[in-house]
Write a protein that binds this ligand. Sequence first.
Ligand SMILES: C[S@@+](CC[C@H](N)C(=O)[O-])C[C@H]1O[C@@H](n2cnc3c(N)ncnc32)[C@H](O)[C@@H]1O
Length: 227
Amino acid sequence: MIPISPRLLCCASLLKGDVICDIGTDHAYLPAYLVQSGKAKQVIATDVKQGPLDSAKGTLKRYHVEQDIRLVLSDGFDKVNPKGVTDVVIAGMGGETIRDILAAPKAEFIKKGVNLVLQPMTKAEILRPWLAEHGFAISKEIAVKDTHVYTVMQASYTGKAEQLTPVQCYCGKLRRADPLTKIYMAGVQERLHTKAAGLREAGDDTAADEIRALLNEINLWLNPNRG
Ligand SMILES: C[S@@+](CC[C@H](N)C(=O)[O-])C[C@H]1O[C@@H](n2cnc3c(N)ncnc32)[C@H](O)[C@@H]1O
């Protein structure tokens, strides 16, 4: 059995095509699972470092899936041949790193109908507005319980650029009725409280008040009937 986590299983559930590109594969558990379960015919599994690719090689051997997974040493899409790629998954990295990978010139091909599954560990509020401003729409977002509660988003290029409100940047397309969304958002709120307190202590009352206002909006978003 491939030791795949609930977080990666959730990513797998949003992948729909045959040829999947996993950027930042590390141990390659996700590609091994995708091939073994028949969810993908082929996977291009990349990493920017040789060490993770060596560990990935061990995984492919252990689970007898070497023939359908190509390991590529690549920074983002730099060395990826995009021909036939239907889906891209970028999981387990910070939102800013995911944004930089998507913004690179070699990522242009993802605008041609590629299904994107993105799982930022941090700074999702930076990734979401970048996607919206560059014509990508998030169609689904799921809070998933693993060692922490994480967010997993599915997005694709529509060409329609949009400016998100601050509350949209923080809440995205998470389902507010889902109890896991409340847990995920509690972590976000706690970080914002800490930031506001730091700003207040440093004498920047204006910035602290802006964060307080955002926290109120997030509360309203989470509890629309209490407004
Ligand atoms: C924490 S691991 C995540 C592994 C797996 N995707 C997961 O979600 O469990 C992040 C991996 O991304 C790789 N990485 C970071 N920046 C990258 C980039 N620009 N291009 C390709 N891989 C990258 C790192 O070397 C590391 O192996």
